[in-house]
Design a protein around this ligand. Structure first.
Ligand SMILES: Cc1cc2nc3c(=O)[nH]c(=O)nc-3n(C[C@H](O)[C@H](O)[C@H](O)COP(=O)(O)OP(=O)(O)OC[C@H]3O[C@@H](n4cnc5c(N)ncnc54)[C@H](O)[C@@H]3O)c2cc1C
Length: 395
């Protein structure tokens, strides 16, 4: 299916409780930043309240403070990264034009920045429309983390029997060995017109539910979020500090980066409670077709239109994709339509993902993480681990 996917101690007694990642993402324990109340016995005032007036010849060694980190963007990339940074003990503030909990459906097409792709996705773990040598590693790390999050109440992650169908020979994937129960669909179970297929068990993320859970998780870890449009990098420059740029398509204007472009995906949300299918076919002749059941609706897709910035839907494309979806899963044919929408996948340089650290002339750095194409959820935790390491290096 994918046009661009890669084939193939000592315990201090603190006066404050020590934070841990608790029941959420990861298990890294949080250390308090410098300035928190960890005192050695020599620093404690003596019993009886007597404090000697002698000058202190050897001041206690303070750990060097970890500078605050600003994360731009509250899509799946920004929030996953912000969580990882917070878990490492950094003080983190997220600034984003749109955050998941704020009535995100109210968006006039053409408004800048475009509506976050993360709130339009379905989303299945599946490397799609991205081509980067690191995809396999990032996808494997995310697969592992999403399997773990299945047991997390309210996260909206489940494991589903995913089926991919082909009119001809099946595509070969370098990541297939990492996926549970990856096997060929038996010939007698292939729908009419299909020559081959893969079935596998993969995590499925109910995107609206998961995005709100990510936001809550970050706030519970002590992070801060500010809803604000940022007009230029100059507005958020912190001399000597680190800014993590997870703005997706927003990076095009923020950085004046002409290599950022969209791949439009049109979708229809329908009510079809009887449908329990997670099926996709990317037929070069007919186009991309998928049916993804979620708890509250079923997502029918889709399209993959490179370079199209228009966030309005094209009625003819919607009509065509509904017919294709009905051919794949007939029970969707008469389903009540809840919403038609278009989302813009953030692409960069022909399918690569921009994950890199850029030192600033006046000190400090910007760490970029954008251009995840059709795989932002699939790569989210693997990228977040790398980006957190880059952001914390030498701070
Ligand atoms: C229809 C559709 C289906 C998809 N299905 C899947 C799927 O099944 N599996 C999968 O893995 N992926 C899927 N994707 C792709 C996935 O949604 C994206 O790769 C991912 O959401 C990108 O996340 P992001 O956080 O990088 O960007 P976004 O989600 O776009 O978030 C960008 C953030 O930056 C903020 N921002 C941008 N500019 C500024 C600015 N100037 N000032 C302040 N804030 C700013 C925005 O407000 C937002 O908070 C799909 C995408 C679409 C459109």
């Amino acid at each position: 299916m994918p046009a661009l996917s890669t084939p193939h101690s000592r315990q201090h007694k603190s006066h404050k409780p020590s934070h841990s990642a608790g029941n959420g993402v990861g298990s890294t324990s949080l250390s308090f930043p410098a300035g928190s109340e960890i005192r050695s016995a020599a620093e404690q005032p003596p019993k009886g309240g007597f404090v000697p007036l002698l000058p202190r010849l050897q001041p206690p060694v303070q750990p060097s403070p970890m500078p605050p980190i600003l994360v731009l963007g509250a899509g799946v990339t920004g929030l996953s990264t912000a969580i990882r940074l917070r878990q490492a003990g950094a003080s983190v503030r997220v600034v984003a034009a749109v955050r998941p909990s704020e009535h995100p459906r109210a968006h006039a097409p053409g408004t800048w920045p475009p509506y976050p792709a993360s709130l339009r996705a379905a989303a299945v773990w599946y490397p799609y429309h991205v081509s980067d040598p690191r995809v396999e590693r990032w996808a494997a790390a995310t697969l592992h983390e999403l399997h773990r999050l299945v047991d997390e109440p309210g996260a909206g992650v489940s494991i589903v029997p995913f089926v991919e169908l082909f009119r001809g020979a099946p595509a070969e994937y370098a990541w297939s060995a990492a996926v549970r129960r990856f096997s060929a669909v038996p010939a007698d179970r292939l729908p009419a017109g299909f020559a081959s297929g893969w079935e596998m068990e993969v995590p499925f993320v109910d995107a609206p539910v998961y995005m709100r859970w990510l936001e809550r998780r970050f706030l519970d870890l002590g992070g801060m979020i500010e809803t604000r449009f940022v007009g230029s990098m100059g507005e958020v420059d912190m001399p000597g500090g680190v800014v993590v740029n997870c703005t997706g398509l927003g990076a095009r204007r923020l950085l004046d980066d002409a290599d950022v472009y969209p791949c439009r995906g049109q979708v229809v949300r329908v009510r079809a409670p009887a449908v329990r299918a997670w099926t996709v076919s990317d037929d070069p002749a007919a186009g991309l077709t998928y049916v993804f059941a979620r708890g509250h609706d079923v997502m029918l897709g889709g399209t993959a239109e490179d370079g199209v910035w228009d966030e309005t839907v094209d009625p003819a494309a919607i009509d065509a994709l509904r017919k294709r979806a009905a051919a794949l899963v007939p029970a969707t044919a008469d389903a009540e339509v809840l919403e038609v929408a278009a989302g813009l996948r953030p692409q960069w340089r022909g399918g690569r993902v921009r994950v890199e650290r850029e030192e600033r002339p006046g000190g400090g750095a910007v760490v970029h993480s954008y251009g995840h194409g059709g795989s932002g959820f699939t790569l989210s935790w693997g990228c977040a681990d790398d980006v957190a390491r880059l952001a914390l290096a030498a701070t």
